[in-house]
Design a protein around this ligand. Structure first.
Ligand SMILES: [Zn+2]
Ligand SMILES: [Zn+2]
Length: 654
């Protein structure tokens, strides 16, 4: 087209009709860089209508901006395409405008050192040639090529990682060379030994690699994995040089240092593989790279360390969704077993908790197989907790007491108190738990568990007494007794003590309580409904007190003072306890002695515990059954019939 406007002010943008490039690839398509057009107004002109010929009138024109473009797309200088001509510029290919970019180096052609360099002549490069494309990939991907990454997968984080790896490679090589060369004793300040020979100390190399891994940990998740594995590829090749003298510092030996470094790399990459949102393809590329690494003999154990299933793995998904409860899948005759390293199991446990996917976590832990049975057992012991966090206390309770190998039998006193509080309040602290010891009433703020309802008091007592039956640590622990007694020593929803029930009830309760506690036919603990009918709260306090009586008759409970203090305002229950203890005179005497000693050891015990002193006095006086009531009664009759027909027990439901 011809106008009055100087031809240099018009650009004809090359008609980039490329079909082989996706739109999303735009960032990497260097002919398509976006630039801001500044001062557009300055060059916008409204010209006087000038008739050039009859058909065309120019009323407006704008000075066009030439956008940056690859040289082969240059609107100013024609380009001649050849397949792989590198010797000399073809035709006018070396000519450039000020927006011409080198297709290989991805920078202004004027800054390309290889533009007309014989043998590598970048000016001839263009995107329709596989040769030039490969060269461009080499130049732009650098070390990332070893991971089989494509340009479309590479972002600025990965480019940065690659640049850091390159610098690392050079410096590491220099440091390893100086390790190989060794130092004289004089050089390391041991000239007084007056001997000759070299020392080879790997420590500086180890420290250099460590500091690089530190930097890697701060990068974006994909870059971090690339840097860790890239570093491993380099340090795995290091070998030991033994000089005349051997230092005794921890990392001076190559083999030991490499193991420590490798463990760190594996831990970090495994974590990323589970926690980061990698695509299955990227994950596979990392694994492939890892498989191709050179593993010396002592590193055999590391070989499968990165066999981490992606989250969308068919077997893993079907287990999480509850469609597969065996953890085994048959695929075209091949058996796929859900086996994962314990470190991966721990990571999944962590992530699924963060995502509050508790049910899926329980399903996973029930079927996964791993290389460390005892650590897996610890994870599985947390299933009741996870069920509770899911809001399902009943399933939580059930999974605490399976008929064999009950997690309840391995509770620590702290975790027992944790469960007790959780069941009582339907709250829990915000915790990511990966071992049972973390279940303790820490300072963390307790928050309501979505969908959970506090257990009824009778259920709470049953839970506690059942744990005491199967778990010696809880049975013997005085804090656990105090914790339970505190719950049953007040009226529901208030802090006031319980009024004393009728003497007859107190009398009959002794038999009922013994019957409930000593019936061990069922692993479950049954509280007959009638027992809770008249004095529901008092009955439960007596049940726990009765259990405490049996515990004290069994062996000394120390410290016992805090336990008795929880009775503070329910003296009638203490009197009842004394009665139950009086059946074994010898044990009662010993108990009085233990109690007296413990009170004497507490500073100012006399003033603080008049209540307890009165207990000692009562016990010492050997008062026998002050509350005993003779004669038949409804309660006794009911009990008698129950003894005869235990199956008629109606368990008191939630
Ligand atoms: Zn140009
Ligand atoms: Zn170039």
């Amino acid at each position: 087209m011809c106008t009055t406007v100087d031809s240099e002010e018009i650009i004809i943008l090359s008609d980039d009709d490329d079909d082989d490039d996706d739109d999303k690839d735009c960032e990497n398509d260097l002919s398509c860089l976006i630039v801001e057009v500044e001062d557009v107004k300055k060059t916008d002109c409204v010209s006087a209508s000038t008739a050039l010929d009859e058909d065309l009138v120019v009323t407006f024109y704008r000075r066009a901006e030439v956008l940056p473009h690859a040289r082969f797309d240059c609107p100013v200088h024609p380009f001649t395409a050849t397949d792989c001509q590198t010797g000399t510029p073809v035709a006018d290919n070396q000519r450039i405008c000020d927006q011409c970019f080198c297709y290989v180096c991805d920078k202004l052609a004027s800054k390309c050192a290889m533009w007309c360099h014989s043998g590598v002549c970048h000016c001839n490069s263009h995107k329709r040639s596989p040769f030039w494309n490969n060269l461009r990939n080499d130049a732009l991907l650098g070390g990332l090529q070893h991971f089989n990454l494509t340009l479309s997968e590479v972002d600025s984080h990965l480019r940065h990682a690659e640049a850091m790896l390159q610098t690392f490679r050079q410096e590491l090589s220099a440091r390893f060379s100086s390790f190989v060369k060794g130092n004289t004793l004089q050089e390391i300040g041991l000239s007084q030994l007056n001997a000759h020979g070299l020392v080879h100390n790997y420590t500086p190399v180890y420290e250099f690699v460590s500091s690089f891994l530190n930097k890697a940990d701060q990068q974006d998740s994909r870059a971090a994995a690339i840097m860790h594995l890239g570093a491993a590829q380099l340090f795995l090749r290091h070998y030991q040089i033994t000089g005349a003298f051997v230092l005794q510092t921890p990392m001076c030996n190559v083999a030991e240092a490499k193991i420590v470094l490798m463990q760190r790399v594996i831990a970090s990459v495994q974590r990323q593989m589970v926690m980061a949102d990698y695509t299955a393809e990227f994950l596979r590329k990392l694994q492939d790279f890892y498989k191709r690494l050179y593993f010396p003999a002592e590193f055999r154990n590391f070989r499968n360390s990165l066999c981490v299933r992606p989250w969308d793995d068919v077997l893993l998904v079907s287990v999480l969704k509850g469609q597969n409860v065996s953890g085994v899948r048959k695929d075209k005759g091949k058996k796929d077993i859900l086996f994962e390293q314990i470190s991966v199991v721990l990571l999944r446990t962590e992530l699924l908790q963060r995502q509050r996917r508790y049910r899926e976590l329980c399903r996973y832990l029930r079927v996964v197989q791993t290389n460390d049975a005892s650590l897996l057992r610890q994870q599985q012991d947390l299933i009741p907790f996870f069920m509770c966090m899911h809001g399902d206390f009943m399933s939580g309770l059930t999974s605490l007491f399976p008929s064999v190998n009950a997690p309840a039998s391995r509770l620590s006193p702290q975790s027992f108190l944790f469960y007790l509080h959780m069941f009582e309040t339907a709250t829990a602290p915000k915790l990511i738990v990966i071992q049972p010891a973390q279940l303790n009433c820490s300072d963390a703020k307790w928050e309501p568990i979505e969908g959970a309802v506090p257990l009824k008091r009778a259920e709470l007592v049953k839970f506690a007494l059942r744990v005491q039956r199967c778990c010696y640590a809880v049975y013997t622990d005085s804090q656990c007794w105090s914790g339970l007694l505190k719950i049953v020593s007040t009226h529901r929803g208030s802090l006031t003590a319980l009024s004393a029930p009728s003497p007859q009830f107190l009398h009959e309760a002794g038999q009922a309580v013994n019957f409930i506690l000593l019936d061990k036919k069922s692993s479950n603990l049954q509280i007959p409904r009638f027992f809770l009918e008249v004095y529901p709260d008092q009955a439960l306090l007596l049940l726990v007190t009765g259990a405490l009586g049996l515990r004290i008759r069994d062996a000394a409970l120390s410290p016992v003072v805090p336990v008795l203090k929880t009775f503070q305002d329910n003296q009638w229950a203490v009197t009842w306890l004394c009665n139950s203890l009086s059946s074994s005179e010898e044990r009662l005497k010993a108990f009085i002695q233990e109690l007296t000693q413990e009170m004497e050891s507490i500073a100012d015990g006399g003033k603080l515990f008049p209540f307890l002193r009165s207990i000692v006095a009562t016990l010492s006086a050997g008062t026998s059954s002050p509350l005993a009531v003779d004669g038949d009664s409804l309660l006794q009759n009911q009990l008698a019939s129950l003894v005869a027909h235990p199956s008629s027990w109606q368990n008191c439901g939630p």
